[in-house]
Design a protein around this ligand. Structure first.
Ligand SMILES: NC(=O)c1ccc[n+]([C@@H]2O[C@H](COP(=O)([O-])OP(=O)(O)OC[C@H]3O[C@@H](n4cnc5c(N)ncnc54)[C@H](O)[C@@H]3O)[C@@H](O)[C@H]2O)c1
Length: 345
């Protein structure tokens, strides 16, 4: 039976990949995570018990953690990472420390573990500045150059580590003869996505009675991909025979404005009040949308869940979560005006 490890398996996307594999494949699954983020709602524990998934709790930014892993896995998904704009802006040194340590120790561990395949989770942040600065087309293909607009700005620490990760995994994969694939996600969303992203934040604000509801960066465009589509795309990318040394954009190429997103959430919640435009994050790009033609061509990736359906499911989950009196466990979301950082950069 194939042995599969998901590093960062307790996280939002990790949980969805675990669930996808557990329900559709006959694999021996292990999830490893330090539980520094992600909703502690019991769903993961239920899934693990039902499908006999092994759960390892350890901090993989420390070398000792790797001793808890089995000597051999067939496939490894590397999702563990510090994520979120707020963490970058407020704790950039921690983003650098944790993300580079995980990249370093995991790639070194590959020398002995030698799985057949490995996948590294990267981000559309890597090309966000490219499209803005050099006018590359949006939706954006995988082969555009990656770009950091300003190394002094803490916002870009995350992208800097993700660019390092892509290069590191490809280099070790080539050297060690391991089938290596990178996926760059953009705005995967859905139930259990935590509290640090725009979608749960909008839900939370409407629930708390904000009126008018602020729309941060109303005209900016993004695209949003429901988590089950994102999980399927990730598994197909790793399992595709042609994906060695390849990058794939995993997201949805339907580009919408933040205003449309906010109003869609408002409609799903029955919100009848008004909206007002507000300033968005420093360094936030005006357009971003992944081109997914390569993933479609190579392994038939085809996101199916519409925005209305996905937002409906997400709103229902957050409503039930808050109605049950469950606490926000991961520090919550801060609007741009509440962030502490050097504004002269
Ligand atoms: N969600 C998105 O839209 C999106 C977009 C771009 C990239 N990504 C990337 O996809 C991956 C998964 O993202 P997610 O949205 O599920 O985020 P997430 O925060 O829910 O998942 C990351 C997981 O890594 C774990 N982790 C962090 N530090 C760790 C450590 N030192 N040791 C062990 N585990 C640790 C966290 O506890 C968490 O469970 C990340 O690498 C992220 O950078 C996600």
């Amino acid at each position: 039976m194939k042995k599969v490890l998901i590093l960062g398996g307790a996280g939002f996307i990790g949980y969805n990949i675990l669930r996808y594999l557990a329900e559709r494949r006959d694999y021996e699954l292990t999830a490893a995570d330090d539980f520094s983020s992600g909703a502690r709602d019991g769903d993961l524990e239920v899934l693990c018990a039902k499908y006999k998934i092994r759960l390892i709790t350890a901090d993989f930014s420390k070398p000792d953690a790797y001793r808890q892993l089995d000597p051999r896995y067939d496939e490894v998904y590397v999702l563990a990472s510090v994520v979120g704009v707020n963490r970058c802006i407020e704790e950039p040194e921690e983003v650098i420390r944790v993300n580079t340590a995980i990249i370093h120790y995991t790639t070194e561990w590959l020398r002995t573990a030698k799985p057949s395949r490995v996948l590294f989770a990267s981000s559309s942040e890597n090309y966000a500045a490219t499209t803005e600065t050099f006018n590359y087309p949006v939706p954006t293909a995988e082969n555009v150059p990656l770009c950091i607009a300003d190394t002094r700005h803490p916002r870009f620490t995350y992208a800097a580590t993700k660019i390092l990760g892509e290069a590191a995994f490809f280099a070790y994969g080539q050297r060690l003869g391991i089938h290596t694939t990178v996926v760059r996600y953009q705005n995967i969303y859905g139930p259990r996505m935590g509290f640090k992203h725009a979608i749960p934040h909008i839900i939370e604000r409407i629930r708390k009675g904000e009126n008018p509801v602020k729309i941060y960066g109303a005209d900016q465009t993004r695209s949003f991909c429901f988590c089950t589509d994102g999980a399927e795309g990730t598994v197909l990318a790793l399992e595709s025979d042609g994906s060695d040394q390849q990058v794939y954009h995993i997201g949805n190429s339907d580009e919408i404005t933040i205003e449309t997103l906010t109003r869609t959430i408002g409609a799903a919640m029955g919100y009848a009040g008004s909206y007002e435009n507000a300033q968005t994050y420093p360094g936030s790009v005006s357009r971003r949308c992944p081109g997914i033609a390569k993933a479609r061509r190579d392994f038939g990736y085809d996101p199916r869940v519409s925005l209305e359906e996905g937002i409906g499911k997400t709103v229902a989950w957050y409503r039930a979560f808050f109605d049950a009196g469950s606490p926000i466990t991961t520090g919550g979301f801060k609007p741009p005006e509440a962030l502490q950082y050097r504004k002269d950069l």
